[in-house]
Design a protein around this ligand. Sequence first.
Ligand SMILES: [Zn+2]
Length: 495
Amino acid sequence: MALLIPGKESPRNDIDIYLEPLIDELKVLWTSGVPTYDMFRQETFTLRAVVLWIISDFPAYGNLPGWSTHGKLACPHCNYKTESTYLKKGRKYCYIGHCRFLPMLHVFRRQMKAFNLSDEREQAPSPMTGWECLQRLSILQFKYGKTPRKEVEDKRPPPIPTVGPYKKHSIFFKLPYWEHLVLRHCLDVMHIEKNITKSLVATLLGIVGKSKDNLNARLDPKLMGMKSKLQRKFVNGKPKMSPGAYTMKPLEKELFCKVLASTKVPDNYSSNISQLMHVKEKIVNQLQQLGDPRATDDLVALANGPSKWCQRYKIFVCNRFKFKVRGTQSNRKYQNYGVFLQSDVPSYASLCDWNPVIGLVNYYGVLTDVFEIKYHIERIMVLFKCNWFDGISRNTGHGVKTDRYGFRLVNFNKISSPSDPFILTSQALQVFYVQDLIDIEWHVAIKTRPRDFFDMSSTHNHDPCDRQDVEQATGHNDEVRVRSDVDAQDFEEWL
Ligand SMILES: [Zn+2]
């Protein structure tokens, strides 16, 4: 695949000229193909290729498909249905109408004061098909290259028909299949995520110059007649800004920074099992799950019992997660000891209950050891020994709780009795724990997903975060919140 590294000056729209030879080759690869030699089979075959989609960052989206990423229709997903409004004081467009993407009965759709004073009844817009793009582009006139000096000098160039944010006819439409693709372009979210996180953190910490909560952000709502509690106020003749629900006290900011600094996450980038240890130890006589009972070899192996010798591991990779035993890496940068397990557990209403209800129960724990048990005829079973946090099954114990935002917290001082510490490695999923620095015994458990792993089944929800009950957290309270326990700030600080 061709690689284009622009020099000091980006070719911008003219990148199509550089892509022309590549497009010609791709057309050949699609239509007639090229004879290619297969070394393994030692024969020649016709190689054909197709571009499934192109991936770029957001600025390059303006140059490749030619959709302007500035102005009032900058959203490539909402395209002509992008909802935006111009902020006169902030002197920029802001994009609204995101509640369209929520379920129709979601509480945010009805909250007017908290958003832009209108309730949202629209459905989410759908992306344009290739055919629709071509319809729009059919009347577009554009030129490659820089605008000639004469036209620049003449301050009123002749009007050019425009089709909204389109700047050009993308060269990829020269590929015969391009208009039929459902997904033509993917955005690399690296910069987008970084920029949003940077703005969010700067706003939470109130970093002057970087926070999005600045003087203009307080003046624009006044012009728009909304969020009166957050508008600029005068106290004793001095302009003040009331603290928003997101404004933090100095101590809270310090805690926030400490949490970020102390958080250790799993490292999913290495797959080497290392630091193998051998010990003389017999561990379990009974296995919790025996696998497929029809497997005769397994039955024979199990009937003969395990070898009296086993191996211990400090690091073990399974289910695409890399686990490390706690204590071996406490001072290291990463945290790989969090274990999460979901299991069907029968619950009985009473001692005489003959119809137990089977329910899915979540278990959170810490990996303390890994044993590899050997059976005859080379059957191997690997078990995780874990400390499980207490009270998981009924959510009434003292070891696990759910806070009002839906986060699952575990208490590191409440470990359940060690009667059943083992699980099969096939059952283990990974979590990491982030300490609550206000209530230091408690740690938020955050599930992780294996890197570069995509489960295409649609029957399961693979969201790594537990579903949060926004309605419960906001309490159906449609109002703009300000903090009464934080002093209002002077505006001079922002000038
Ligand atoms: Zn959008």
